[in-house]
Write a protein that binds this ligand. Structure first.
Ligand code: ZN
Length: 286
């Protein structure tokens, strides 16, 4: 997970930028009449996000035609996003684009490697329609993270994946992602989560939830396999010139520099695991 600065957009302005482009005057009137309810939902989100309490926001487990606030149905609120923020012809699309563009180096903050090309509703609009255009609920994401998420909504703090706008400090500063070398031919890596012992049980559960939610074990294994293939030739040259110790030294340097950039990237976990494997450094990479 990559920490991000939370977007500075005002929820009221974003909602109204969307509803202003509704051409049906009756619908526009009804949508504008519930703006205070939308703003209130945004305030609750801002209140609960920083303390990991988003799971406690009440969901709307109703069908699309049910009225969820004022005289507005669930579908009409979801459509504010789908028809008035996403389409390139709508004025509020500029907000959408700006949120996507805020991803660090264009990478998805959930997995850390996919291209951020879309927005993910941290709390899904299918269950939280009043948050469909709430800026803090819209996180840049790659398509795999966005579409691969489990449909289940967390009901406890422990079940929540990490939120790039709120979950920073120890989730970013302490290492919890690791890998182990499997002595296969070619070599493969198994990624796993091992949070620090002194963390609370809630924090430990949340990094596990994040890792599982985005299927990171399998996806990091695929990403690392191509990097491992590239490493072969570089390491063979180090070994030829200075032996296995030079291989280990090269990998340790890569691990340190990766760790300085991101403590919990798959690259940091990969280089550490490789450097710590005598089997790999002694020719397992060939
Ligand atoms: Zn992703």
């Amino acid at each position: 997970m990559r920490a991000m600065t939370a977007p500075g957009y005002c929820p009221r302005e974003v909602y109204q930028a969307c509803t202003n482009s509704v051409s049906d005057p009756g619908l526009r009137f009804r949508l504008n009449a519930v703006v205070e309810s939308i703003v209130q939902s945004g305030e609750e989100y801002l209140d609960k996000g920083p303390t990991g309490q988003l799971y406690s926001i009440a969901s709307n487990e109703c069908d699309n035609d049910t009225v969820v606030t004022g005289h507005v149905t669930k579908k009409e609120l979801k459509d504010v996003y789908s028809f008035h923020m996403v389409p390139r012809t709508k004025p509020a699309r500029s907000i959408y684009d700006s949120l996507v563009a805020s991803a660090p180096f264009g990478r998805c903050p959930f997995c850390g490697f996919g291209h951020a090309t879309t927005l993910d509703h941290y709390l899904p609009k299918s269950k939280f329609p009043k948050l469909s255009v709430m800026p803090l609920n819209l996180v840049p994401s790659c398509k795999d993270c966005n579409s691969g998420k489990q449909a289940r909504t967390p009901t406890t703090e422990e079940e929540q994946s990490l939120h790039p706008y709120f979950d920073q400090s120890h989730f970013v500063e302490c290492q919890w992602l690791f890998a182990r070398v499997l002595q296969t031919s070619p070599v493969t890596l198994q990624f796993f989560v091992s949070p620090p012992n002194d963390w609370s049980e809630t924090s430990k559960s949340r990094v596990h939830a994040h890792f599982d939610e985005f299927r990171l074990a399998a996806r990091y294994a695929v990403e690392s396999s191509s990097q491992l293939a590239c490493l072969r030739d570089t390491l063979a040259i180090h070994r030829e010139i200075n032996g296995a110790e030079a291989v280990k030294q090269h990998l340790n340097i890569e691990a340190r520099s990766s760790s300085l950039q991101y403590r919990n990237s798959w690259q940091t976990a990969m280089f550490q695991a490789l450097a710590n494997s005598d089997w790999y450094c002694n020719g397992g990479f060939l």
